[in-house]
Structures are given as C-alpha cells and as structure tokens.
Design a binder for this molecule. Structure first.
Ligand code: 26W
Length: 826
C-alpha cells in the first residue's frame, strides 16, 4: 500500500495509462473514478487473497449472513478510510487538481435493499470485518436495485434503478464457481436396500453465477466477502432448445434471467409473488451449495466429516426471507450426503439462527401450498416432514389442543408459514431491540417461546459509526478526535469521554460551527434540487425513512398544519423558525403512502410561498432518499423524528445515526428509542405518546374511540376536516385515503390519540432551542452516549452469543502458509 501522496500519484497515473491508455489530461472524470477505484481494488486483492487463505488454513468457524438485501451505498470512500489512505488519496488527487468528492459522486449507489433490514446487513458486514471476524454476506445481485424516486407534480413516480449501467468496479465475477439451481419438475422416489432415494426430474435449471464484493476491515488486514448471486441461462440448455425451437429458447433465457432482474420494492408488506419465492430459493440454494462445496474441500478431505458441519459453519437468516435455508440444508445432508433425518436435523438446527425484524402481521411471509409445491417439489416434501415431526412433538406436549397446534404449525390453512419454519429450524431466534424481543416472547411468538424458551434472545441493532459518523460527518469526526483522541473509531463507547465537554462553552461553539457548516451544505443541496431557500438558523427538523402508516409521517404533517393555522391567525407567533425536511420512498402499490407524499408536497407548496408565514416555517421533500442522501441529510439535522406508533417499529436504525450526529430526538417509547433514552438520560431526549403496553391494551381490550376525540377536540376536528374540505388546492377526494386511515379505521396507528402530547413535545423543543447553550449540551450528550449503538457492539454480541465465532488476525506478508492446493481453490 502506498505510504505517501507521491507514491499514490504515480500509481494513479500508471493505472489511467494501463486501463485506458490515457494521460491524466485526456481522462474524463469517470475514467478517473474507475482508475482510482480499480487501483484501490488491486491493493485490496492481496489482503483478500490472504484472508481467504488464512480462513481456509485455520479451520476456524465462519459465519454466513444470508440476506435478500444489502443496502451498501457507495464503497470508495469507506474503503479508503478503512484502509487508512483517505487523506493520502484526497491530498494526492488535490495536487493533481481532482476532488475526491467529485469522483465519489460518480460511483453508483448499490441500492440492493429497501430500508432498515438491508442497511443493517451492510453495517454488519463493516463491523464483522473491522472486528476481524470470519464472516461473509450472501445475497442477490439484482440487475435493478430499489427504484429511483422522482417527484412530479407532487406525486412519486418510480423509475428503474440502473446501477450496473457502467459496470461495477468492486465486484469480481466468478464464473467457474457457478452452481445450478433446480425449479419445478417432479420428484421420483426409489428404494435401494431399504433407503429412499429421491430424483428431481424435468426441472428448470437456473445457473447461479457469483459476483464477489470485498468487505474491507477498518485498521486491519481482513477483507471478507459479500457473495451476490446472479441468474443466468445455462448455455447448454439454451443451445439444446434453440436447435429445435428458437422462440422457446429465447423465452427460456428471458425467464431464467428474470429471477434476479429486480428487487421487490415492498417494505413490511408481503405480496406473495412466485418470482419472489424463486429469488429466495435461488440465492439460498446457491449459497449453501458453495458453502458445502468449500466445507467438503477444506474439512472433509482433510480431517472432518459432514456431521461436524455446524461446528465450523454458522448460517444466519436475516428475517424469514432466506428461511428456505432450513429445508435446503436438510435436502443436501439427506439427498446428497446420505445422512439420516435425525442427523441432518441436528446439524441443520445447530447451524441456522434467525432474526425477526418486524411484528406487522401484513409483513409475515406465508406461501400458498400449491405455489410452493409446484416451484419447489422436493423442498416441499421436506417441509411437510419437518411439519409432521414438529406437530407430533407439539401433540406430545399439548395433547388434544388442536387449536393451539394449528396456530403453531408450519403448514396450516393452505399456507407454509415461514416464521414458524424459521423458529422451528433455528437454534436461536432474536429480536432487534429489547422491547421488540419482549413483544416477540410475550405476544407475537408467545406459544413458540413457551415451547422453545431457550431459543429466544435479544440483539439490539446498531449502525457502523465509521460510515455514519466518521465518513458522513468528517468535520465532527475531526473535532471529536481533536478533543478525545481517535480511539473511538475502534472503540465507539470511548465517545463517552465527550460527556465532560457538554457544558464547555468553547466546545459547544465548535460543535455549533460544525452543525452550521453541515446545514449550509444541505441548504445548498435543497436550493439546487428543490429551488427552495431555507434559513440555516432555523431548526432543521428531519423525518426521513420509508413512508408507512405506522411510521406516522401524517402525525408530523398534522403538527405542521396546526402551526400553519396558528401562524395565519397570529403571524407574530413566537416560535423558533423551522425547516421541516422529509424524505422517503413509498412502495409503488401502497396508495396511502403515496398520498402521504402528495400531502407533504401540497402543504409545502402552500406554506413555502405564503407571505403570512414570514419564512418562519418551510417544508422540503427531498426526492430519492438513499444511503448517499442520508449521509448528506443526517449530519445537518437538529431534530430527529422517530414517532412510530409504540410497539410497531422493531428497532429503527436511523434514530441511532441521528443521535451519533448530535441531533435531538423527538420520539415515542418504541424500538431502540427506549434504549437510547436509557443511555443518554431522559433529560436529553424528548419523549411523548402512548407506550407499547397502552397501545397493545387498546388493541386487545378496546377503549379508544376516535370519533369521541374528533368531536371533542376542536383543533383535531379542524385539521382532519381540512384534509377533505377544500383547504388544499387539490381535488376534494385527493386525501380521502388519509382521512379514512384516521377516521374509518378508528385511528389504527393512534395518530390523533398521540397528537396532543406530540404538540407539547414540539413545544418543548422550541423552548430548548431558545437557549442555545442548553441545546448544544443536549446535542453533545447525544453524541457522547451513542457508542453503544455501533454495530461493533451488536456484532460482538452475535459472535459470542449466537455464532460462537472468534476473531482471526489476518497478516499480509507475514507467515506464508503452505497448504494442500485443494485448500486454496474456491
Ligand atoms: C415480505 C415483505 C417484507 C419486506 C421487508 C417484510 C419485511 C421486511 C423487512 C423485515 C422490514 C424491515 O426492514 N424491518 C426493519 O428492520 C430494521 C432492522 O432490524 C429495524 O430497525 C426496523 O425497525 C424494521 O422496521
């Protein structure tokens, strides 16, 4: 690795020449980006090779994190940072008249995820590598990631994301490691010497080709692997078809490649499309095939047998989406390795662990039996057998309790219930925040907890503070390092050392300057993209996340409508000026969410140009919320809106990113907000609203009637009526869906019930903000106590508590291992 800017510059110019045959002066910015990223990739390659070699040689246990989504964002700057060469590169480029940030802007955002679950997977990879754990990702290389959002006439319009258009520098195609995944067809059984042998026939073969992306560890030489699978038509099948039937051959190729064409844009809502089930089995089967193949090479040929698989391999399933890993492992162990059912089951359960990320009923995955059976005939047979044996065990424990057994069964009411399969087939089931794990144990999965009490545990989420603080907010990072040293980068709880500066006027001033700088950068972006001038002295009040009824963007809007009404009545109202910033995508088929966007943009259109408001409030909807946009927005936030209906947000991770960047949180006692309050202290966070217990009590026992509230509270009535009475310059029925979501469903998400306490909480924010010193103190304390929410802590807990893996120090150029060739390939 280069040590000086001079070395870097020489290598960079060389790279431009070897890649494009061009000098610096002839190169376009894109060429320069590709040359820089390729140069870094070359340096990474040596460490990557060494890491794989050591993992193989050591024979230590490894974990594979199976996830349908990895929301990576850009990799260039994080890789430079983790390699410790960000400053050298920035400086070297600057000396050649090139801006690192401008090159970074040319990298496509790898948006292979919807939101929280996918971004968590990406943060996990960063921490696994930083902590030098042998841990890899396994997922899907979607040709199109999450759609690009445009706002046209106030409405969301979806455009396809084309992230692979100009190629992707970080991936390495490994065509020689491709595997075939089989769909459809039928299963024939034969008995040989009393043993059943299963033959899968007439299936559709789909070639799964892996693309490996290196995952660079911070301040160490570890480079783990994210393996993303792409579906390709098998050339052999294509040509055999095309001899007889050209059209059929083309159709075959098209169908096969459709498997990994697009990421489903649903978040917390299961649509039940067969193509999605196909995606799930596709990457699970391919991932397991490559793990087993490697295990056989590294272990079986040397000293171990397949029966020790779980001692060396851990497979984690990120929600139920990869739960087919359970029957697929059974299939491999029984059909391919010849193990008995009992042996296979023991290994499978001890290999697999499962995280639940949501309790929303509409997000629970279930597949119609016929669809499942038709697409995956052998896997269905195995699931049936798992279910049969499991129900027999339930019967032993609960004799005669048919109803209970039906509710707990994997196959029931015409469906395969994936969460049930995941719990039954894993040795560990965890929720993602304390309250969420408790709700799982006590409510949603109470029956399962009773039956398998030792499986359930909690692992509170985190975020990688290296991306979300060090890289997204370099000025704040530099200030922190100047103040307490740099140990926090590897030991995030060292941030608590900032606590003693919370009341220090000089430090407060520096913090305020950094925040102001970040707000200026965001204000410029807003001006350039939305044409709106915002006041950098106003409170930047930010609500960015997927648009969903339970996340209650509507509650925020009602507060702004109320403020607007009050300002129109008394234009001299004494409030701190505010800029309300929204961002987030709505699932394309989610009407209510889409109308919520239109509500925000319509209100923005009215408020922003109303002279009566005297610029005291502004509303901005930033289009195409993504990882990169989050990195721009979050460091500029003063207030973080985390206002989900208590009990509904499993954890939240955006909340943690804001906290790290010194925003003050206004929140309900939901998800990880509760633990944030516990860390920072109740005096440093603004809490309001019903508790989860109260919400659940209303759901189970009744006692809330929204119409009583509507008729008794004039202000609420006025706001609700304004949705449909012509107050907004749109058709009268434009916001019907929102009106109904409040009134017709008896305010399912308690928006109106929590409205009063939310307004009071917002008033508390105003009061705090008036005293800048006390505001800055809040801000500093939030940064200081955010260290627990690093994924370094989360990953350590998974490693010790679930995966039982140990760190393995990788050394490049250190001891050279001479090992049999078979240990080195694949
Ligand atoms: C099948 C459709 C579907 C798609 C995505 C169902 C469920 C999902 C995800 C599990 C939804 C999700 O991203 N959940 C979020 O996970 C985060 C990481 O744990 C949590 O922080 C969020 O609270 C949770 O909503």
């Amino acid at each position: 690795m280069f040590k000086t800017t001079e070395e870097f510059k020489t290598e960079f110019v060389d790279k431009l020449q070897t890649l494009f045959g061009q000098s610096l002066d002839d190169s376009s910015p894109k060429d320069k980006y590709i040359a820089l990223a390729s140069l870094i990739r070359d340096h990474i390659s040596k460490r990557w090779y060494q890491t794989n070699k050591q993992y193989r040689y050591s024979g230590e246990k490894q974990v594979y994190y199976f996830s349908m989504e990895f929301l990576l964002g850009k990799l260039l700057v994080n890789n430079l940072f983790n390699l410790g060469i960000k400053d050298i590169c920035r400086q070297g480029l600057a000396e050649m008249g090139i801006s690192l940030e401008e090159l970074e802007a040319l990298e496509p955002d790898a948006g292979l995820g919807n939101g929280g679950l996918g971004r968590l997977a990406a943060c996990f990879l960063d921490s696994l590598a930083a902590l030098q754990f042998p841990g890899h990702g396994c997922g899907i290389r979607y040709r199109h990631g999450l759609f690009e959002q445009k706002i046209i006439n106030g409405y969301q319009v979806e455009l396809p994301d084309n992230w692979l258009e100009d190629g992707y520098v970080w991936e390495v195609r490994k065509a020689d490691r491709a595997v075939t995944v089989k769909f459809g067809g039928n299963v024939r059984m034969e008995t040989h010497e009393g043993q059943c042998i299963f033959y899968h026939e007439n299936y559709e073969p789909v070639r799964a080709v892996p693309y490996d992306v290196p995952v660079v560890g911070y301040n160490c030489e570890t480079v783990n692997t994210l393996r993303l699978w792409s579906a390709e038509a098998d050339e052999f099948d294509f040509s055999s078809f095309s001899k007889g039937d050209y059209l059929k051959a083309v159709e075959y190729k098209y169908n096969v490649e459709a498997t990994t064409q697009v990421l489903y844009p649903d978040d917390n809502y299961q649509e039940g499309r067969i193509l999605r089930l196909k995606q799930q089995y596709f990457f699970v089967a391919a991932g397991i095939a490559s793990i087993v193949r490697r295990y056989m090479k590294n272990h079986c040929e040397a000293y171990n047998s397949i029966t020790k698989f779980h001692e060396y391999i851990s497979i984690h399933i990120n929600d139920t989406h990869p739960a087919l890993a359970i029957p697929e492992l059974m299939r491999v162990f029984i059909d391919e390795e010849g193990l008995s059912w009992e042996e296979a089951w023991h290994i499978t359960v001890n290999t697999v662990s499962y995280t639940n990320h949501t309790i929303l009923p509409e997000a629970m995955e279930k597949w119609p039996i016929d669809m499942f059976k038709c697409l995956l005939p052998r896997i269905y047979m195995i699931v049936e057998e798992i279910n049969k044996r499991y129900c027999a065990a339930l019967w032993q424990r609960y004799p005669g309790e048919w109803e209970k057994i039906r509710r707990m069964a994997i196959i029931a009411d015409g469906y395969v219930h994936m969460a049930h399969l995941a719990v039954v087939g894993s040795h560990s089931v965890n929720g993602v925040a304390k309250i969420h794990s408790e709700i799982l144990k006590k409510q949603v999965m109470a029956n399962f907890h009773e039956f398998y009490p030792y499986r359930f545990n909690n692992k509170t989420n985190g975020v990688t503070h290296r991306r979300w603080l060090a890289n997204a907010n370099p000025q704040l990072a530099a200030l922190i390092t100047d103040t307490i040293g740099f140990s926090w980068l590897a030991h995030p709880t060292d941030l608590t050392n900032l606590h003693k500066y919370a009341g220090d006027a000089v430090f407060q001033e520096k913090i305020a300057q950094v925040k102001r700088h970040n707000k200026e950068v965001l204000a410029k972006y807003i001006k350039d993209h939305n044409g709106i001038t915002v006041d950098v002295d106003s409170i930047f009040d930010v609500h960015v996340k997927r648009i969903h009824a339970y996340k209650r963007q509507t509650l925020n809007v009602l507060h702004i409508m109320d403020l607007y009404n009050r300002l129109k009545e008394s234009p001299d109202l004494d409030i701190a000026p505010r800029t309300f910033i929204f961002g987030g995508k709505a699932a394309p088929g989610y009407h209510l969410a889409k109308r919520t966007i239109k509500l925000i943009t319509t209100l923005a259109g009215m408020v922003n140009k109303d002279p009566l408001v005297k610029n005291k409030i502004k509303i901005v909807f930033l289009e195409n919320y993504s990882v990169s946009l989050a990195e721009l927005i979050i460091p500029a936030a003063d207030v973080s809106e985390q206002i989900s209906t208590a009990s509904k947000e499993a954890s939240g991770t955006g909340n943690m990113k804001f906290m790290m960047n010194g925003a003050v949180t206004i929140c309900t006692l939901d998800g990880a907000n509760i633990e944030m309050r516990d860390e920072v202290g109740a005096e440093n966070i603004i809490v309001f609203g019903l508790t989860a217990d109260e919400v659940i009590r209303y759901y189970t026992q009744g006692g809330y009637n929204v119409l009583d509230l509507y008729h008794s509270d004039k202000r609420i009535k006025m706001l609700v009526d304004q949705l449909t009475n012509g107050f907004f310059p749109v058709g009268f029925d434009e916001f019907d869906a929102i009106y109904h979501s409040l009134i017709r469903t008896n305010d399912e998400y308690f928006v109106l019930k929590d409205f009063g306490t939310y307004i009071s909480a917002q008033n508390r924010i105003n009061e705090f903000y008036k005293n800048q010193s006390s505001w800055r103190k809040l801000s500093i304390n939030n940064i200081a106590f955010s260290g627990r929410f690093s994924t370094d802590r989360t990953i350590s807990e998974y490693a010790i508590g679930i995966w039982k893996i140990k760190p393995l120090v990788v050394r490049v150029g250190g001891r050279q291992y001479s090992s049999p060739a078979c240990l080195l390939d694949d």
